[in-house]
Design a protein around this ligand. Sequence first.
Ligand SMILES: O=C([O-])C(=O)C[C@H](O)[C@@H](O)C(=O)[O-]
Length: 317
Amino acid sequence: MTPAPFAARLAVPSGPLFFPVTAFGPDGSLDLDAFRAHVRHGVEAGAAAVFACCGTGEFHALTPEEFEDCVRAAVEVTGGRVPVVAGVGYGTALAVRYARLAHAAGADGLLALPPYLVVAGQEGLLRHYREVTAATPLPVIVYQRDNAVFTPATVVGLARTEGIVGLKDGLGDLDLMQRVISAVRTEVPGDFLYFNGLPTAEQTQLAYRALGVPLYSSAVFCFAPEIALAFHRALHTGDDTTVRRLLDGFYRPFVELRARGRGYAVALVKAGVRLRGLDVGEVRPPLHEPGEDHVKQLAQVIERGLALLDEDSAGDR
Ligand SMILES: O=C([O-])C(=O)C[C@H](O)[C@@H](O)C(=O)[O-]
């Protein structure tokens, strides 16, 4: 059976979008076995797509060889059950190189991270993403955040580019997002995918959904797939009581803890995966490990989140 085109497979996701961490051994080298186990667990738990080597996957800390090995491992483990999207980034030449490596490794699509370091104008940004997209036949999702923030006109330009299928927003400016969605809807025929890509996107997903953005990334899915799945299900079935219970009892404390340290967006997620029993190692510099006290608090937050699910099923009985 020919798999449905990439955008159609993502448009109505059957579960959370999974951004796995990348596993490292005690000496800091890549641990592909642990990475495979992490990806396998996520796909079997119900991920709708695997976004390998993105922000949560420490793209910035991987050599091109490690990147290719990880993407290939994710593709093998996933076995076509759900799409594998690989992060690509840095300046145009390197981003093109990563895109080709991802293509060679069998990825189904690319997430284009912001270009490295410079703050560029709209014209240069558009050219950058067009060149990266032209490098392979893979569909590309452009990730808006930090130094890559687009005007509605630029997103119209991106959406008109053959191969660019969507925009993932990590900025959180709802007024801008509304204008972007309106401009693309008015000026570009066909579907364009939008993703809420803010850290712990569940926290803001009610607002994004109201704008017409049904898709969101989930870092929580890495270490508490039960909670991420319950939230996803509740959101999609209109179970507002569960949505609110998880937001109040789990997501808010997690978001607040995640804001306590620089780099916790990744380091705390990795600590969560270890707490749940899979040794994916530590983050690589320049990130650093969370303090012991914060890891303890994370364990409590996870425990409380899991207990909320028990309350939920007890209520069903
Ligand atoms: O590049 C990345 O890893 C992401 O943007 C996805 C994350 O899951 C993000 O939603 C987060 O950190 O919560």
